[in-house]
Write a protein that binds this ligand. Structure first.
Ligand code: 13P
Length: 268
């Protein structure tokens, strides 16, 4: 390692240590019961005691109760990958915020790009989910992200602005100050093409400025903005020093406990 590289890595290590990260695993539609058990068992063995950072798992619905059981008396949180906006009723296949709370979930991912693109969720539906989650005391992790076409056409900021403004319309977070934003450019998800540091810095800065517009700087400064899209143990240290990044929403690299633990370790 030459001297410049040594200085850079020392400075970066200091920056990482001075921050508090949220490290969230979105398992999407993956894993079976045994794999969930083994993952959490291993995670618990290695991740003990109160840490500076927070870890949140988002298992598929059928394994949430197992996560609840296994994560008792740990500092690891868990949540749902999606919720409906009604409390109960004739909504075949849906799960309500009330049920999420019943299962001890503190968080719910809302408006993931896979929900938007594959299941046709629009900003109006996402807004209803945000409000319903907040009403039940569930912390929404609102996902925002532009696709490649929008970025090529230089419309990425407009997309993010619309998703944030419409997703949060009339949602009162001023009393609770409990929402998490995840910036996940669609083109970076599962593609191996992580957004560049300057792109992430620009977009997180932009999201912060929108949050200031919406809620004022005091509240906005307390809202974590996570980055998601091809995060892995090899790029986490570079991503962790990007300005305004408060944590990560991780898909593929959160499926193997070894990789996930490596990420956690590199952020400590
Ligand atoms: P990958 O980490 O697999 O790119 O997925 C990101 C994501 O969609 C997390 O919600």
């Amino acid at each position: 390692m030459d001297i410049k590289e040594l200085v850079r890595s020392t400075v970066n290590a200091e920056i990482v240590k001075s921050r508090q990260f949220i490290i969230a695993a979105n398992w999407k539609m993956n894993k079976n019961m045994k794999e969930v058990f083994l993952f959490i068992d291993e995670l618990k063995k290695r991740y003990t005691g109160k840490k500076r950072n927070s870890v949140i798992l988002f298992p598929p619905y059928p394994y949430v109760m197992l996560a609840q059981e296994l994560l008792k008396n740990t500092d690891i949180s868990y949540g749902l990958q999606n919720i409906h906006w009604e409390s109960s009723g004739a909504f075949t296949g849906e799960v309500s915020p009330l049920m999420a709370r019943d299962l001890g979930c503190q968080y719910a991912i809302i408006g993931h790009s896979e929900r938007r693109n594959i299941f046709f969720e629009n900003d109006e539906m996402i807004n209803k989910k945000i409000k319903a989650a907040l009403a039940e005391g569930i912390i929404p992790v609102l996902c925002l992200g532009e696709d490649m076409e929008a970025r090529r056409e230089n419309r990425h900021r407009d997309i993010i602005r619309k998703q944030l403004y419409e997703g949060m319309a009339d949602a009162d977070i001023s009393l609770q100050n409990r929402i998490i934003i995840a910036y996940e450019p669609v083109w970076a998800i599962g593609s191996g093409a992580t957004a560049a540091s300057n792109q992430i810095e620009e977009m997180h800065g932009y999201i912060n400025s929108l949050l200031c517009e919406l809620y004022g700087s005091d509240i906005a400064s307390g809202i974590p903005v996570l980055y998601g899209g091809s995060v892995n143990p090899g790029n986490i240290q570079d991503l962790a020093v990007v300005k305004n990044v408060s944590g990560f929403l991780i898909g593929g690299a959160s499926l193997k406990v070894k990789d996930f633990l490596k990420i956690i370790e590199l952020l400590e």
